[in-house]
Design a binder for this molecule. Sequence first.
Ligand code: PHB
Length: 391
Amino acid sequence: MTTVRTRVAIVGAGPAGLFLSHLLHLSGIESVVIDQRSREQIETTIRAGILEHGTVAAFEATGASTRVKTVGNQHDGIELRFDGEGHRIDFADLVGRSVWLYPQHEALKDLIAVRLEQGQDLRFGVTALRVEDEASDQPRIIAEDADGEPLEIVADVVVGADGSRSVVRKAVSGTHSGFFREYPFAWFGILCEAPPSADELIYSNSPDGFALISQRSATVQRMYFQCAPDTDPQSYSEAQLWDALQLRVPGTTLTEGPIFQRDVLRFRSFVADEVRKNRVALIGDAAHTVPPTGAKGMNLAIADVIVLERALRALLLENDERLIEQFPETVLRRIWKAQHFSWWMTSMLHADENATDFDRRRQVGELRSVVESRAGSTYLAEAYTGWPIDV
Ligand code: PHB
């Protein structure tokens, strides 16, 4: 068994784990990051792409990613479409903020490059099996390296940034793992080669279900439509996919092109019942998952990191435990606000097959009270562009 010693052992080289190691490095705190995936897998898996105002500011100020503003696109609003009409929510006017469309895997490429350049101990293909001694001041990760050899990482703090199927979570939450909500639908996502169909993202509610018209670049577009969770991605022909999308954005004509990737995303809401136990903490999807409708997933992870890093700095450099003790309370406030926003966007925009006529008309009434009211639109704009990160 090889033993490695470090101050902070991080499981997961996603946005949360990598950004945490980056901030710790800037504070002079050594860490080791492991991930069971290969670098290539991490850098090529397609995920969502909206960065909040505060996420972009944090990436820029710390040099974690310097390409957001050159490769990404600034979006000053979104369109909410229902009853055959589009309504623009003007973020710049309502809250003076915008968001950036910058695919998560591009942010990951930036983060990995910066971490490696700065000498980060970052190990791919290493599988965490469990956390031991979680009640002590020296918790340990028991892992298996890329060759199947046993590896142990002993640290002052262990952080689980290892996604919704977190291995670290067991050491924090025990067997009662948390609060759940399942949804009776999923998203069918496609990537196609075509010019954008609209300047901004379109979130569309229609009697046939929800659709989201998003983008990736001048030549590649990302679109989703609501489907049943057990849908087989191969069950649709290309023509059927375009029909399904087109049907769900009445009043808009989509620019079609060859579809080169398709996937079905099941989603749910989840919050772990504990996000810290002694010197083991959870961040990002390991602590919470949200449905993608509010574009909150990665942004919430980055907000967790900012709070945790301050707490680790106080603990490890000044022996001050106050912030790490407050960590759950601080992050859970934002997490539950984001849970509400993601649930609200999801329930307001999707068609539930058990909905009555009353429910459907009420839903359109709800959408009207957002787009026809400055107060209603401002709530959406504030939440979508991101609440200030208050630490
Ligand atoms: C995406 O572009 O993949 C995307 C954008 C906004 C969302 C979800 C996904 O709310």
